[in-house]
Design a protein around this ligand. Sequence first.
Ligand code: FMN
Length: 357
Amino acid sequence: MTEDLFIPLHAGDLQLANRIAMAPMARRRASDGGIPSEHAPLYYSQRSAAGLIISEGTAPCALGKGSLRMPAIFDESHVAGWRKVTDAVHARGGRIVVQLMHSGRVAHSSRMPDGQLPVAPSALRPAGQVMTAAGLKEYEVPRALELDEIPKVVEQYAHAARCAIAAGFDGVELHGASGFLPMQFLCSSTNKRTDAYGGSAINRARFTVEVLQALAAAIGAGRVGVKLSPENPHNDISDADPVETFGTLVSAINALGLAYLHVAVAANARADHLSLLRPLFKGPFFVGGGLTRDKAGALLAEGKADVAVFGVLFLANPDLPERFRRGSALNVPDDSTFYTVGPKGYIDYPFLADATA
Ligand SMILES: Cc1cc2nc3c(=O)[nH]c(=O)nc-3n(C[C@H](O)[C@H](O)[C@H](O)COP(=O)(O)O)c2cc1C
């Protein structure tokens, strides 16, 4: 049970000292230019006891930077900024990958280069509102990517992966979840294309497969993971047949030899995607979403996952593995500071030693 969380693991080329990973979590503290904040090296290095840290969603190109104060990884200033983070994590013996997140339609023209419209597989506006510098605004109808633009977007991901390695990351995770660009291609509600990237499940999976192939070619498959979230409706997305869609995608990426597949369980999913997807992927299987120490220990002991991924618990407990080992009480996450600027709620959660002092 709990002991299983502390067995080291080789996931592709990534060497994990334990099976407790930190989930990717946007903290919206980067500069307007996408450089991680001055406190980011400390924030991440405080959490370096994780078997693997997965960074907050980070834009692989300017059109992918949809969220406010979201970091990026596609130019020299980003590489220099992230280098401080990776050095700090490595100095404490940790491992860190960057999550490559292209927002696609979940963005606003006011944040896009030259005021361009956000891009997407199809010109379909997400329901809801988006935070802009001028306050909340309705989402816009995005511009559908032309067929000949898609290879360029794929290449932007590969370029970002090379930048990630230059910045000292141990690898990259493709954000294929939560209604962002790869999932917009994958799901039937957001993809109405009639070319090779739309229609059947294998066509809708094509973009994600091609991005993963490009990432693997750029930095080696053993340094590339991917996160999926079947049935997660975040950012106004749904799929008519998620069992077929996600099964088709996972079967298609199985042969790539990736470092890992990360599945975030959606709270109200109708299907048991973990059991359905696990046999389709022969590599390390990371599972997250609402886990506790005991739930995670049981998943590992039953062979349902190889690594347990923790979001809010890691956010609030920099020494989460040690707390799990000792069965200690946990700090409570303060959601009022998840996305605020500055050190509060970021680098000031106490360690066990502080709590007992
Ligand atoms: C503050 C916050 C920011 C998040 N940002 C991201 C993100 O950038 N990329 C991503 O894939 N998931 C993101 N998530 C989702 C988490 O990775 C994780 O899947 C989710 O929190 C469920 O795990 P948990 O119950 O252990 O927190 C975020 C979650 C939180 C709480």
